[in-house]
Design a protein around this ligand. Structure first.
Ligand code: G6P
Length: 610
């Protein structure tokens, strides 16, 4: 949601900013704008719609300025329009600002400012920031921002310029993302490393409430009292090609094909010479898991589906009670937690507002919080007691794919480790299962290089006009189905429901008519026969069954209309393979229907508001 980039350097920055916005498109947006500063005046342009609309106006922006800020907006307060797009300025025209997030007390602040004579030119919450700077300015830009910040409630990142300080941009964050890029004679502020990765790989992650003064030759950080704060740069090892499509027609397809690599990278250094799981640097001691009374998992969206698999694995292998909830419910429902509770928060971005809030609820109740995330330096990593990184690389497609697979893997590794620590699985079983996990990237590469992708494309063509899809599965097949249905909804806008197959008779089966497509995840496992009965029941009502099954299972052809095979594995490992055909199916339905797969309507990659 909302993307920001700011630049101070020696080079003309208009195009640097615009290209930075292109790299932030994946976050989701509906309007965009740029402002650059030269010789004491701003040159500003904003446009509704995608970046092509802004690009068409770019010629009107000063192309010599070497200080500037830019923004992609995902509307919350005020419709998508030119006047609501950022940057915003104050009445005096001294300041230009961009904001990501929400200023929660903006109505009161706006009323006060209007009373004082300020004239607003947008319906946004963000514009109050520009007028607050004007209110507090006494000659020091930094002091004005500090005083403005002190009045603001909510979660937001601000990047600002002042005509009186022509070689400076200021930035501050309150919980939403901000990363600074340290270049050679130029520096950056952005919502994500992706925005400046082609210029520098050295990133600084300021804490919430730290103010950054960004100049051409350096960056300074100050706390809320104005004291300097020490910081260090982290070298980001993401592949620069991650922000390019590399020959694929969309980022999502590229990322589906990157999944074997994401698994290999996530596994690296997680297996010791003894073949056991190594979770060095996790930050939570084994004793905590040994003595834990329960685990609670919190997450949103696709990460929640990863959490469901984590629950099955931790319960089966580690014999620990596991509860799971979507973060937006968990945070408001007074969950019963104590210091023997371990809360696992799963968030690829590390910035999802509800997940962060759920982590705070857990910590407040004395629970220990472990976060599983893909983003170094993200807010979740700062607030957790321990961190397990997935190493999926930069994911641009709004619909998560490779980050999910990496989350599945990390959670299985964690469950194996906890099971061994608690004496519930012997070493041989752990070593055998770890070995199986190590073989998955090759199996997945084989799946992606085989017949399945073309078969799924054909099936998508055949069923693309269906008004409704039902997904059903049991046990670890259920999270896979939930994810498959979510992918379809997200990118193809086709209604899809996912149900535990045992629940079909309690409602969903009533939806089926002749030819209704039902996707069944029917890989080998303890509930396979039960699922076959459910497949027969839906077929008896005229539905067409598209089954995902384990290679070698020829018998399933008798109860399914179409079968997509995935390499056979043990049950708990099977979701790593079974979910991929469902990603591809959703992808091809969306493509066949001409939808914009990488930027689905109304959705954002990183949901930094509640
Ligand atoms: C958004 C994204 C989803 C993602 C969810 C949770 O809705 O579009 O792809 O699964 O947020 O994000 P997180 O970063 O917390 O995993």
């Amino acid at each position: 949601m909302c993307g920001i980039i700011g630049y101070v350097g020696a080079r003309p920055c208009r195009d640097i900013l615009f290209n930075g916005l292109r790299k932030l498109e994946y976050r989701g947006y509906d309007s965009a704008g740029i402002s650059v500063l030269r010789e004491g005046s701003f040159s500003l342009v904003r446009a509704v719609g995608n970046l092509d609309s802004l690009e068409a106006l770019l010629d009107t922006v000063d192309d010599k300025a070497s200080v500037g800020i830019a923004h992609t907006r995902w509307a919350t307060h005020g419709v998508p329009s030119e006047r609501n797009a950022h940057p915003h300025t104050d009445c005096s025209g001294r300041f230009a600002i961009v904001v990501n997030g929400i200023v929660e007390n903006y109505l009161r602040l706006r009323a006060e400012l209007v009373e004082e004579g300020h004239v607003f030119s947008s319906d946004t919450d963000a514009e109050v920031v520009a007028h607050l700077l004007e209110r507090h300015y006494r000659g020091s830009f930094l002091s004005a921002l500090r005083d403005a910040y002190a009045e603001l409630q909510g979660h937001f990142t601000i990047v600002a310029m002042s005509r009186a300080d022509p070689e400076l941009i200021l930035a501050v964050r309150k919980e939403t993302p901000l990363v600074l890029g340290l270049g050679e004679g130029e520096n950056f502020a952005a919502s994500s490393v992706a925005a400046f990765m082609s210029h520098t790989r050295v990133a600084v992650f300021p804490r919430s409430g730290e103010f950054a003064e960004i100049r051409r030759h350096g960056i300074e950080l100050y706390d809320e009292q104005g004291n300097p704060v020490a910081f260090e740069g982290h070298v980001v090892d993401w592949d620069e090609d991650a922000a390019e499509k590399g020959g694929f027609e969309t980022f999502m397809l590229k990322e589906i094909y990157e999944q074997p690599t994401a698994l290999v990278d996530t596994l690296a250094e997680r297996v010791g010479p003894d073949g056991l799981v190594r979770l060095d640097g996790m930050g939570l001691q084994d004793e905590l898991f040994r003595d834990a009374s329960q685990i609670v998992i919190v997450a949103c969206g696709t990460s929640y589906h990863a959490g469901l698999l984590g629950k099955y694995a931790l319960e089966r292998w580690a014999r620990l009670p596991v509860e799971i909830d979507v973060a937006s419910e968990f945070r408001y429902r007074d969950p019963v937690l104590d210091e023997r509770t371990i809360c696992i928060a799963i968030t690829q971005s590390g910035e999802t507002a509800d997940t962060l809030a759920a982590m705070r609820v857990a910590r407040h109740s004395g629970a220990h919080v472990l976060v599983v995330t893909n983003i170094l330096g993200s807010q979740a990593t700062r607030e957790a007691d321990g961190v397990l990184f997935t190493r999926a690389g930069l994911e641009i497609g709004v619909a998560a794919t490779k980050t999910l697979l990496a989350q599945f893997l990390v959670l299985l590794l964690l469950a194996l480790h906890v099971a061994r620590v608690r004496g519930k699985l012997d070493e041989d079983t752990v070593i055998r299962t770890v070995n199986e996990l190590r073989s998955v990237p090759a199996s997945l590469a084989r799946l992606l290089a085989g017949e399945a992708p073309a078969q799924l494309q054909e099936l998508a063509q055949r069923y693309r006009g269906s008004p409704f899809f039902l997904y059903m599965g049991r046990n670890v097949g259920l999270p896979v189905c939930l994810e498959g249905a979510l992918k379809l909804k997200e990118i193809s806008y086709v209604p899809a429901e996912s149900y535990a197959a045992g629940e079909m008779k309690h409602g969903p089966i009533a939806l089926l008519t002749h030819g209704s497509p039902v996707v069944a995840v029917a890989t080998d496992g303890r509930t396979y026969e039960k699922l076959v009965s459910n497949m027969q029941e839906v077929r008896a009502r005229g539905a067409h069954v598209l089954a995902v099954a384990s290679e070698g299972n020829e018998g399933i052809r008798e109860v399914a209309d179409h079968v997509v095979y995935v390499p056979a594995t043990s049950e708990m490992v099977s979701p790593l393979l079974a979910v991929v055909p469902l990603q591809l199916f959703a992808y091809h339905v969306a493509q066949a229907n001409g939808e914009k797969v990488d930027q689905p309507r109304n959705l954002a990659k990183t949901v930094t508001v509640e």
